[in-house]
Design a protein around this ligand. Sequence first.
Ligand code: PHE
Length: 449
Amino acid sequence: MREQWSSKTGFVLAAAGSAVGLGNLWKFPYTVGMNGGGAYVALYLLFVLLIGMPLMLAAITFGRKTQLSVFGAYKSISRRWAFVGALAVICGFFILAFYSTVGGWVLYYLQAALRGQLNTIDPAHLEAVFSQLLASPIQLICYQFIFLLITLVIVLGGIRKGIEKASKLMMPALFLLLIIIAVRSLTLEGSMEGIRFLFTPDFSKITPDLAMYAMGQVFFSLSIGMGVMITYGSYLDKKVNLVQSAVMIPLLDTAVALIAALATIPAVFSFGFEAGEGPGMMFITLPAVFASMPFGQVFVILFFVLVLFAALTSSISMLEVAISYFVDEKKFQRKSSAILISIAIFIMGIPASLSLVAKNQLFSIGSLSIFDLYDKLTSNILLTTGAFLLSIFIGWVLKPENAIQEIEASGIHFRLAKVWSALIKYIVPVGVLIILIQSYQEFISALLR
Ligand code: PHE
């Protein structure tokens, strides 16, 4: 008998903890900025609804049905599909390799906040803080190391449940603080321009590339396509209403992403930062918002603590996928596999961190820095491929009827069963495949440029 979540909230907290992370707080706002705002946001929302939610339901249902983590889950139904599980494990390595770079930045900013170094609204100063960090290889690597170490300690220390319980407090706190920042940001002079940027979609801006980035971001943000939700679903007991969870988690995740964008983008316009700033946006812009509000210097510390927490509940979910593969399939010991995996990820992560040091030629392939390479390889290639294969698998191998039976095993009547079947059999795979073809073309040409 497998260990199960002590309650439904245990699962929702862990799954939401995996979903809500740097993807929402750091990546969503800056990709909105880089991709011109409204049209990207509109596509993002559309994809969450039509593709993210149906896949979320597919993943947790599949996990609960098989009671296995991702590799075993595929293998138990069809040996030929086991490779999808392997793909998921590889994807986890690559995501965590650059996720830990950004996790390191959060740690650096936390200590900078504690030392009162972020107390200014001067764009030039805040940009300098960020570029100094990027110019310091030793600091980058040290903080990245510490982030991975904390992740490892949580996973090994048996304090994971504690962390998940703590997220009962930390998540609402993060939510509340984001709302406070958003309110401040929205009351800054000139913030209306940011609102317009976010919510007036210019549909003529929709290109295949824009759709590709929006979809990759949906999978990244929802932790879909690399088996996290399958693995987490496998710990669920039969009483839990899967449909409700599959709606709640994406809703919560999307709300956090939108509020993070509302906290950041209006301030970008108001203070005169760059909308196309890129990965530094959160780190450069939000300190200015804090500096312009009462108790800002307390809030900024609290903010980076909460961001760190959100990042850790995501990074442990990635590490967990890889560990469970080596433990279940290769009969490795949990402790040694956790340590070895973390070391491998750290080694893979070093070039990701260094590739941002003054556009280092040594650490780029084609037109992509290693950091960008890992990012695009995961969001646009591996997660998107994983999501495509998941929909084909559930729609055509496991078959929606069997999934629906599992869903209704908790005693509910799944009213949208027909709609969901049609989505998972036709709409999702076709939609994702179109994007996937675009992604492969783009990725290969970026490597060759
Ligand atoms: N969803 C996480 C975030 O938004 C990142 C993640 C992706 C976690 C894939 C697990 C798997 O930060």
